[in-house]
Design a binder for this molecule. Structure first.
Ligand code: IVH
Length: 708
């Protein structure tokens, strides 16, 4: 563990030197903890202590913007959106691998290698899982990450640096006192299955984007032009090969992987012997569906037989790995031999990808259920005759929406091929039309909500139709589950089952009903003893003290996820201010788009909603409002309205937060009410508007002077 000296900064002579030293120290320690946490999964300090270090660095950098460098840990979080990615040529083309599909193909590969090298002895191979994500090339110049390129057409890729730098396990600076002039490292960017599930659940709930599999989610995230969104989506990277280098050399794949790890680059660990593999298979078998682990997965071997064993080993553990894989990669280990073998067409002769057959099964759709979610969205779900696919019994498969049903022409009674898409969501791949019963009819989603019978609506541009009746029992049931959830009101003793029971029994039909529950009522529920009822009541009581952001999130407004709720809380500071806002003010907040603002206003203009919020206050909810003012209590920007534009030494969001912390306001557009426009480089229309209206324009240095 690295230790820090006490900062003890003082103004005056030598102060800048001290600050620089402290900044360098903090960066080093933070990098070290980032690596421990994100790459090695072995944190040594608490989140609280880590945040303290990071905020000290952020503060020092804000006060000394000339010290900010692109490799500082503060520079990971999303910078401003791009118009497009820049194209950049690969110094060494990014090629692809030849494919094998069976043990026989693996044996044939080994024979080809030996024949080409004209040797009888065994060749040493390095075997790795074939990760199912996106290949990315990281370019480090003098130890600092300067670009990150997609594969593109293999010759020219796109520079997605601003997105890749938000991946916490990718070092912005290599752990090397004497870094090489150039190191291009390639690897796969993936989204872990658990993260994918969480993001899709959130997307489904909030009516935003839903991805078909983790690979698409990773690709969609990396190709996204707003790095602030990327920063909220957890991506991981694992490095496995090289591009161009200058000032560093490696002799084999196994040495490459261990040396990359020493530089703090994320790699997959080496499983040293075959005993280890056996115990890993045992461990995988002991895990349940949906439980994941990341054991050492790469091996060095020397015969085709061992390569086949490895192929079977990875197949046995693949469903329990945290990411999707679609095969293994077998590489000749020695780089000299790799050079001798060279390339054929666009693939190396020294490597092959042995893929697994997709796991599919055939079954019959017995029925199609229509479920109503928290936001009222209607989701058709195929009820299947249970079928085993890849060791897991599948009895439901989502059909997404009417468009998907029409596209695949899925009908009740159809025989279908199902597969586990990316291991996570079972899906209907296709209908076997030759087996279709004569009497079958196309399936149409109902025009009325299957739960409350009110007509459903489908907004333009949306794939799903929705029930819009706020009193619909299905919506209320789901909203209640969301309301009590850990990240919302955190009524931890009220599990989903009890909430459902309470709702079914008619005891709880609104959020505020939860706070009116009586001991006798709870005791009457099935399987509730005195002790558990006591605990439930205690946890309901405890939930009454809640921060504004969590409270807003708990209200379950469509498109208002945790992040947005926090942004709203930071902006409004009090519940009253939030309840009395208007569409203009909302859209002026950074990160609140017109769709979100419309959804919030829809709720705030709904009398039932507002009276329910008031009822919650009546039953005793105490909202911890956001403290206004910064830690020093000074408010040099009190009453000032400052619009921020152009590119500045700090992220725009951070500057806006700083303005609010110091007592000011930061709107999105320039008007007569604007006191100052803080303009950085490439400031556009806002600067012109300020000049037209005669609003005073501040450069970064002027702003610094203002807040000092
Ligand atoms: S090595 C010459 N190793 O597979 C190519 N690739 O078809 C050398 N991939 O574009 C690539 N896991 O996206 C290599 N352990 C691994 C891999 C891997 C996945 C992907 C990569 C590449 C594609 C090649």
């Amino acid at each position: 563990m690295i230790h820090l000296t006490k900062s003890g900064l003082s103004k005056g002579n030598g102060a800048l030197k001290k600050v620089e030293k402290r900044i360098a120290e903090l960066r080093k320690v933070i990098r070290h903890h980032d690596h421990l946490y994100h790459t090695l999964d072995r944190p040594e300090i608490s989140d609280f202590d880590y945040d303290k270090l990071l905020s000290e660095l952020q503060k020092l950098e804000a006060e000394n913007p000339e010290c900010i460098t692109p490799d500082s840990p503060t520079q990971r979080v999303g910078s401003k959106p791009l118009d497009q990615f820049e194209k950049q040529e690969h110094r060494v083309p990014m090629l692809s691998l030849s494919n094998s599909y069976s043990p026989e193909d693996i044996v044939a590969f080994d024979e080809r290698v030996k024949k080409f090298l004209d040797r009888d002895q065994d060749v040493e191979y390095f075997c790795e899982p074939k990760l199912d994500g996106l290949a990315i090339e990281l370019i480090y110049e003098n130890g600092v990450l300067t670009s990150a390129l997609t594969r593109g057409d293999g010759l020219v890729g796109e520079n997605v640096y601003s997105n890749v730098k938000t991946i916490k396990s990718v070092p912005l600076k290599l752990n090397d006192e004497n870094p090489p002039a150039l190191l291009e490292v390639r690897g796969e960017v993936v989204m872990h299955k658990q993260d994918f599930k969480a993001i899709n659940e959130q997307g489904e709930e909030e009516g935003t984007q839903v991805f078909a599999n983790p690979r698409n989610a990773a690709a969609g995230t990396l190709r996204q032009l707003d790095p602030r969104i990327t920063a909220q989506r957890p991506l991981k990277m694992y490095c496995y090969s090289l591009g161009a280098t200058d000032g560093i050399a490696f002799s084999s794949q196994s040495q490459l992987i261990s040396d990359l790890a020493k530089l703090d680059l994320p790699t997959l660990d080496l499983a040293k012997d075959s005993k280890k593999l056996e115990s890993i298979v045992k461990k995988a078998q002991s895990l349940k569906e949906g439980e994941y682990f990341l054991p050492p997965l790469t091996v060095k071997i020397s015969t085709a037989e061992q390569a086949v064993e490895y192929y079977e080993f990875i197949e046995a553990v693949r469903h329990q790995l945290p990411f999707d894989i679609d095969g293994i990669v077998i590489k000749v280990n020695d780089f000299k031999l790799q050079d001798q073998l060279g390339f054929i067409a666009r693939s190396p002769r020294w490597a092959t990808a042995a893929k697994y057959q997709p796991e599919q099964g055939e079954t019959v759709i017995e029925n199609i259920d229509v479920q109503v979610g928290r936001t009222g969205a209607l989701t058709p779900v195929a009820k299947l005759k249970p079928v085993k696919v890849g060791g897991v019994t599948i009895s439901n498969a989502t059909l997404h929406n009417q468009d998907e049903i029409d596209r695949k022409d899925v009908r009740i009674g159809d025989s279908v091929v199902v597969q586990r898409a990316g291991d996570v969501i079972p899906e209907v791949v296709e209908v076997i039309s030759s087996k279709r019963p004569k009497s079958s009819k196309p399936f149409k989603l109902p025009k009325d909500c299957p739960v409350c019978s009110e007509p459903v609506e489908q907004l333009e541009g949306e794939a799903k139709s929705r029930c819009v009746n706020p009193l619909c029992a299905a919506i209320m049931k789901e909203s209640l589950k969301h309301f009590v959830a850990r990240r919302a009101m955190n009524i931890d003793k009220l599990g989903e089952k009890i909430v459902e029971q309470l709702n079914q029994e008619g005891l709880v039909n609104s959020f505020s009903d939860l706070y009116k529950l009586k001991e006798e009522e709870l005791l009457e529920l099935e399987r509730q003893g005195k002790k558990s009822v006591e605990n439930i009541l205690k946890s309901i009581e405890k939930s009454k003290d809640i921060e504004l952001g969590r409270f807003i999130y708990a209200l379950g407004i469509r498109f208002v996820g945790e992040q947005t709720a926090q942004t709203l809380a930071k902006h409004f500071k009090t519940l009253d201010a939030f309840l009395n806002t208007n569409a203009d003010e909302l859209t002026a907040i950074n990160d609140v788009g017109p769709k979100v603002a419309e959804s919030i206003m829809g709720r705030l203009n709904n009398k039932k909603f507002v009276s329910e919020v008031n009822e919650l206050i009546q039953v005793g909810i105490r909202i911890k409002e956001m403290a206004s003012g910064n830690s020093s209590g000074k408010q040099p920007l009190k009453g000032l309205n400052i619009v921020v534009t152009g590119s500045l030494p700090m992220g725009r969001n951070e500057i806006k937060d700083l303005i609010t912390d110091l007592g000011g306001k930061s709107a999105g557009s320039v008007s007569k009410k604007t006191d100052y426009v803080l303009a950085g480089e490439d400031a556009g229309s806002k600067l012109t508007k300020a000049e037209e209206l005669g609003v005073k324009v501040l450069a970064w240095e002027d702003f610094q002077a203002l807040i000092q």
